[in-house]
Each structure stands twice: as C-alpha cells, then as structure tokens.
Design a protein around this ligand. Structure first.
Ligand SMILES: C[S@@+](CC[C@H](N)C(=O)[O-])C[C@H]1O[C@@H](n2cnc3c(N)ncnc32)[C@H](O)[C@@H]1O
Length: 236
C-alpha cells in the first residue's frame, strides 16, 4: 500500500498492512465525522509536539501501531500532563479508540491515522519523553524482515527524537522478532537495556497497561523490553 502522507521531498516508501477494515457502524462513522477532527494530529515538520495539545503538554510520548488503543488510552488517563500521540493506519483502530474517547474524554490524546515513521521524522531533536512499539506486525518470513518497524535506521531516528534518559518500550510474542529487535537495540550506541534479570522481560512492568495483542498471546509468552536513550550519545 502506498503512503501518501510523507513530508514533501521525502523518498517514496511503502506502508505494509491494512488501512481498510470492515464497514464502520453508524456510531463509528459519526465519531469519525464529529470527534476525529478535534483529535487529529496536524503534523508539521519541526514543530514542538507539546504545542499539539491545549494546554501545552509538559512532555510528549508516542505510540506507533496502537491497534485498538487500549494501552494509549490507559497511559493518557494515568498521565494527564503528558501528551500522548498515537499513530495507526488501520481505520478500525482509530474507530475503536474514538469510541473509548467518546465514552471517557481525555484532553491529552492526538491521533495520526497513518505511518508512524512520518510522525517520527517530523519531530524535532530530543522532543519525545517516551516511545512505545507494542506487538508490532511480526513479518516472520525472512524475506519480509525488512518490513519490520524496528530497523537500525529507525533506531537512529528514535535516538534523534528521544530526550536523554527517555524510555523506548517494546513488546513482542514473536520468537524471531525478539532476537531481531534485541540485536539491533543492543548494537545501537544510543540505547541501553534497563533489565537486571529475567523477571524484567518476562513480566509486564507496572505502569505498562496490556494491549489486545498481548491478551491474544498468539505466538507464545510475550517479552517486554525497556531501553533508555543514553545521554552520552546526544547528537548521534
Ligand atoms: C499486531 S498489531 C498490534 C496492535 C497493538 N499494539 C496491540 O498490541 O494490540 C500491529 C499494529 O501496527 C500497525 N502498524 C503497522 N505498521 C505501522 C506503521 N508504519 N505505523 C503505524 N502503525 C503501524 C498495524 O496497523 C497494526 O494495528
């Protein structure tokens, strides 16, 4: 599927995965018409993301591929002074999160219905306090590994936009994505793993609400990784 929302001048790239899903209900269509425009992220290259929120957020966290939005919603509810940006191209994902937000409104959520890479590329240096990539599409076939979200080039971008000391949280239940991600995260000089023992990656840490895919646990027990953006690599 082609991705039309790139900043002008960027080279064309593909977004793999679904945008369209089942037909939306009348309620979902109404929320898309009435509520979505109020929460839609007006992506602007170089803009301070705190100003996407009103009042301006103290700090901004980003979740890429929020699915139905369970984790994003709970994080936003638990941290009202943090601005939560969610990127998700699947329209039914937005629809499900909009339903939650209509039932329990939160002022600190902004949604980008598209490729999370465009959001990251538009962020200024050291502007993000936390990044979440939870149960990303596994792309298990070797020839599809290049479609995985967590690539070395992506880690370079994340190192650029995360503040020193900011956390990168990653979870997967896929046996081959785990070593793929760990290999890259451990090799990247900007990131350090916070784990001190198996309990740190085998058990979902507190302050980390579950997601739909975690509850499905299709491929096996999930692994939870927390990495910190090191200070010493500022400018890398
Ligand atoms: C396996 S689902 C997991 C959803 C959710 N994180 C969970 O744990 O329930 C992966 C999600 O990532 C989304 N996705 C895939 N590529 C993406 C991209 N480049 N930017 C943003 N979201 C993406 C998909 O649309 C899908 O909803």
């Amino acid at each position: 599927m082609s991705e039309p929302e790139q900043p002008s001048g960027a080279r064309p790239r593909k977004l793999y995965g679904r945008r369209k899903g089942p037909k939306q209900s009348a309620r979902q269509a109404e929320l898309r018409r009435a509520l979505f425009p109020q929460l839609q992220l007006p992506l602007q290259a170089g803009a301070d993301p705190r100003n996407y929120f009103s009042p301006a957020a103290e700090e901004v966290w980003l979740e890429v591929g929020f699915g139905a939005g369970e984790h994003l919603y709970e994080q936003a509810k638990a941290h009202p002074h943090i601005g939560l940006i969610g990127a998700e191209p699947y329209e039914m994902g937005t629809a499900k999160l909009l339903t939650k937000l209509a039932e329990g409104p939160l002022a600190n959520v902004r949604l980008y219905e598209g490729d999370g890479r465009a959001v990251i590329e538009a962020l200024p240096d050291a502007s993000l306090g936390r990044f979440f990539l939870l149960f990303p599409d596994p792309w298990p076939k070797t020839r599809h590994h290049k479609r995985r979200f967590l690539q070395m080039e992506m880690l370079d971008q994340l190192a650029r936009v995360l503040k020193p000391g900011a956390e990168l949280r990653f979870a997967t239940d896929d046996k081959s994505y785990l070593p793929f991600a760990l290999e890259r995260l451990m090799a990247h000089p900007a990131f350090s793993w916070t784990a001190t023992g198996p309990q740190d990656w085998k058990t979902r840490p507190s302050g980390w609400p579950p997601t739909r895919y975690e509850n499905k646990a299709i491929k096996g027990p999930p692994t939870f990784l927390r990495f910190v953006r090191e200070d010493k690599m500022a400018g890398c």
